[in-house]
Design a protein around this ligand. Sequence first.
Ligand code: GLC
Ligand code: CA
Length: 566
Amino acid sequence: MINNNWWHEIVLYQVYPKSFQDTNHDGIGDIRGIIKRLDYLKDLGVNMLWLNPIFESPQVDNGYDVSNYHTIDPNFGTMEDVEELIKEAHKRDIKIIFDFVANHTSNQHPWFKEALKGKDNPYRDYYLWADGKGENGNDLPNNWQSFFGGSVWERESVNGQYYFHLFAKEMPDLNWENPIVREEITNIALFWLEKGIDGFRVDAFIHIGKEPGYPDVSGVLEGDIAIAEEFYAHQPNVNPYMKEWADTLRKDYPDIFIVGEAASSSPELGVEYSDPEKGGCNSVITFRYFTEDWDAKDSRIPGNLQPGQLKIVDFKQVMSEWQESFADMGGPTLYWNNHDMARVVSRFGNDSEEYREQSAKMLAALMYLQKGIPIIMNGEEIAMKNLEFHSLDDFVAPETKEFIQKSRVVGYKDEEILANLAATVKDASRGAMQWDDTEYAGFSTITPWGGVNQESKYNVLEQISREDSVFNFYKQLIKIKKSTLFKDGLWKLVPTSDSLYVYKRQMEENTALVICNLTEKEQEFVLPQEFVRKSYNILLENEHIRHYDNVITLGAYGATIIHQVL
Ligand code: GLC
Ligand code: CA
């Protein structure tokens, strides 16, 4: 099928601009900050950046509520800054993709302000409207719940109708059924491609279609609301609209890279969205890799805000399915965390002083040497842990309000709620990038907007100067990842106990094994027959690994990558 495309070589780095580097001393990261750090990123070895939204926005959802798609939010800088960033990145052979938010706009977008004026306004049909039920339309149009809590419907005062918002009520959903909306959206994308960017990460695209007639979710108590994925995710019109959009862009810009955020996508759907005959994406980002033990969670309160152990058997199964489904398409996207989830070393590694570096390295080896496109979140390469929280007031993510309230109702103490949220909340990954050990970690000269952990060891300055640091491990790993074997070779899971995650990469006679110990206990791995009595090179490993005869002994969170000598 579609093999050997240039984008199979991507090593993507996610920059959360707000938290990356502040250069004008207002506590908010900015575009000039990214420019300043391009040499650092070049040194790390990544070759594409994904920037979270930098467009003009009231910042109700940190930029995912766009009020003007053609201007840069003054918090981040100017259009000139962005043009310079693109130029400077390209000079270093680093491509740039932008976040493209087109499922919804801000309620401060001129389109929505117009639409609110009345049913006859030409912009009315840019958004989704429904009449309320019951007397005077006072009841909600249906029982669908928003991802940010509460109903998806919000009533407007002029006509008493309700508009649809899958996320915050300040983020009304666009009506993709309207061809004029689709044209506007295409033009916005073209505007940015003309500026020279190399593609998009498409936000929440799986939600652009909604079930016609807005039927109620069944089995929900009268007056209650419920998540309605069956009606507002993966609708049949999603892929045709994405394809129409992407085809138009690719006519003039054939080499762009489009990666879609497809949170609830199965491998089958992921393939459909990434199939050039059917959809618009080159690849997708599912949120389904991380199979936590939901049985151990308290079902009375939202499960996504309670920490959970990774269920290794299921995790291996899921990763295998994605690997197999995407085998002919360069592999799936490979990532451990992003701005919507807690940081991996805290979540699935071990962020105690003893094991933090060791487990961070192991997780990197486990994930990124598989077949596919690595997406590294800023700070992950220096083992940044979750931001520390000290009070329930510190949380800004909208879904935390409901969690706190529900937890209190069923009897949780505030310190227990704090512990749950601190371990899971998306705010935990949005702390300021740690550049050095000065106050505010070299991110800014004043208090950062979203908090900062100040640490002597897990900062860039310290990490680049020490040979055995996590940063230098990532750097070597990325080099290995770019080799043909790790880019194009077959991927195959090697059956082991739950304590280990082992896989093989193979290209004809060229074979490597990645062997990872997921536990704090020492583990032994017996080499498969084909490796026995042949010599192998160690490409990279972390601490406490012993090789003896045909047995490899891995200390806590050990990882080794071995390459068979032909
Ligand atoms: C995506 C983004 C998330 C945002 C949401 C609404 O899921 O990753 O941060 O809140 O879309 O745009
Ligand atoms: Ca700034």
